[in-house]
Ligand binder design. Sequence first.
Ligand code: OSB
Ligand code: MG
Length: 370
Amino acid sequence: MIPIQEITLHKLQMKLKHPFNTSFGTVQNKEFFIIEAKNQAGDIGYGESVAFTSPWYTEETTKTTEHMLTDFLIPLLKANPPKHPEDVHEIFSGIRRNNMAKAGLEMALWDLFAKERRSSLASLLGGKRKHIDVGMSIGMQATNEELIQKIKEAKEQGFKRIKLKIAPGNDLELLAKVREAFPDLPLMADANSAYSLADIDHLKQLDQFNLMMIEQPLQHDDVVDHARLQERIETPICLDESIHSLEDVKRAHSLGSCQVINVKAGRVGGLTEAKNIHDFCVENKLDLWCGGMLEAGVGRAHNIALTALTGFNLPGDTAGSLHYWHEDIIKPNVVVQDGQIAVTEDPGIGYTVDRAKLEKYRIKKERFHF
Ligand code: OSB
Ligand code: MG
């Protein structure tokens, strides 16, 4: 790897077109970092941090991301220049968790390294797909009618599966209505940890809806109770919040806690660990797909590159740029056509950061010289 010259943190504030509602809260105003890594040859790589401003998805926030990057991760990188982006996971391993902060920086280095080699990030990671299948995640709506309308639109746009958000009191009746309207739709539900093991009999009733899976029904840090639940329900369990590392996947697999893994590079500390999890899932025949964190274009582009790996055998949550944003910070926009996104062969993430847009949404900039 060509030596790094400087790292720049661009703190951005962007407002989603519509609030996104889940069992744990609502996201509309996003504050996050675009992390820029420049080498001595002048190539630039970009990463995006995915923590929200409040810690209800995981413990990380935009502020903890900044603290970790400036006080620990950037100094560690300065002291330990990586030869390959795969080294970064190890360089950061002395710092507990804070995976989203680690991932934002690690992903900038993957993009940079791919650009140094004039290779697309997708092919550098070992991705072979030219197109990826995508589904849509629809947040909770005020009424069932609005939800059904949203599903109809997503279906018409060709999305390959629909994910709904559920919570106690907003689940069985809603799913019955949706199934009635769309009997054959590839459908799944995400609870974002809204239930407990005491709800087993209630959750058992999900089996009647022929769901592809139920995502993270129980505690955010649990793999034991999910195994108990999986013994009792037919619907495959998918783990999201519980998975922070390959070790977590191994434990979940050995306990029988799930049949499907949702990988988010941010949640597992970067692309290297995401790839390790991918390889394990292929070897052990676990279904796998790439989740989303309502990313702007840089994060979205990384998700596309990762999903080009063929072990991602189910449609992910990567929608097009303009689904969430009035305008994106990359050129061109991410576009979904017939439920697919084309994997670019251009160097690195294959999308250009629109510097004028970056500045328009930027509320803070910090530069670190190496
Ligand atoms: O649980 O996958 C989740 C959004 C924010 C936080 C957590 C989740 C989600 C989504 C939407 O479901 C994913 C996306 O479309 O980016
Ligand atoms: Mg989820």
